[in-house]
Design a binder for this molecule. Sequence first.
Ligand code: CA
Length: 223
Amino acid sequence: MRILVVEDEKKTAAFLAKGLNEAGYDVDLAVDGEAGSAIARARKFDLFIIDVMLPKKDGWSVLTDLRAAGIHTPVVFLTARDDVRDRVKGLELGADDYVVKPFAFPELLARIRSLLRRAPPRVSNRLFVQDLEIDTHRHRAQRGGTDLSLTPKEFLLLAHLARTPGEVVSRAEIAEHVWGIDFNTDTNVVDVVVRRLRSKVDDPFKTKLVHTIRGVGYVLKAE
Ligand code: CA
């Protein structure tokens, strides 16, 4: 197991490297955000420990770089600031955990072990409903191995329904999610897109996946 530590404070970095080595991990060190971001993308790690306050590039920007590069390796942030806003910001960016300085090494180690147990990363870009497969990163949908040619709105709608298969999604929720606005006055537009989506996803196939729940909304399921 290899861990990258991105930390500019020499004492803390040395303390971390020694402790992690003793716990059986291989450790690489980076002393600023730019170096951290580059090393993290250049080789494979099982976990990142990143200080928030770093020279050249802060910890949040490093995390943003990694997620943008498709690297979903678990990240533990080290922060001197036990501030709710910091935590919320980090979690929104996709951090997995926080340790507030000064910290006790056994606490950090316990969190690292728990994260590594949870790996491989939980972020999946694929949704499956019966023989329907949706790749949300590539914006591609297939049924029975055949590509479905969907417009961006149809794709958003299908992906939204596929995230909660078997659960009824209201027209208002679909309108808000797919168009980003409040369509309360005219949800007919939703029905129109659903009809077009059905003609591509269901009409050519025996098993229908998109079902209407009269007066409520739509549900994606295999019967
Ligand atoms: Ca620092």
